[in-house]
Design a binder for this molecule. Sequence first.
Ligand code: F6R
Length: 241
Amino acid sequence: MRVHIYKDGARIGKAAASLFAAEIIKNPGCVLGMATGSTPLPTYESLVELYNQGVIDFSRVRTFNLDEYVGISRSHEQSYYRFMFDNLFSKINIKPENVKVPNPASPNLHDDCVSYDTSIDASGGIDLQILGIGNNGHIAFNEPGCVFSFGTHIVDLTESTIEANKRFFDSIDDVPRKAITMGIGSIMKAREIIMIATGRVKAEAVKAMINGKVDPQCPASVLQLHPAVTVFLDEEAASLL
Ligand code: F6R
């Protein structure tokens, strides 16, 4: 793992966007793995800026998102599908047909999980994946105690994740209890990974991810085994290292 510590999230956003931009310039038809949540927002803003400056072109880029809630529609304002269009896809020239987000509205969720992994493989695999980390060490919705070899699957969200995500909903009762998520097995296939963590609330999880043993109790610790991970932290997230 290469670990970089920056003063704030805005600087991390620029640094992470530079890695994405380099990938897109090197390989205009690259496959990017996308995340939602607060952490990648400065990165997405910087990517839009680079697109507006004519530095990068998304017309051949394909994307796969990590996860999606089960039980809310794609048009729901908290769906991850909607999040991606609101914060990135509607602001760049990516083709909607090149964008994939798990779709839990389908009648057969299990088959959808399998076909999501199949379509990632068929695309040639993810070249560059961005990840955030949960306060409990989760990546995507792979919660503590997960099985490292799993591909895309359905999960029950933990109380800690429901609690952390309630800020986006009117009340905690509105937070979905299930999600569809790429598994650790799917994530580890990405050729290169960017992990970003900001804020004091992430410091314990970051310490376990970097200095702890590789343990499903801290799903992000598996990244110690991946050959090409760049970690961007702000000073608060790095404060326990
Ligand atoms: C989102 C995702 C989650 C978040 C994590 C951190 O697609 O996969 O694992 O990355 O929950 O969320 P934020 O960035 O909101 O702190």
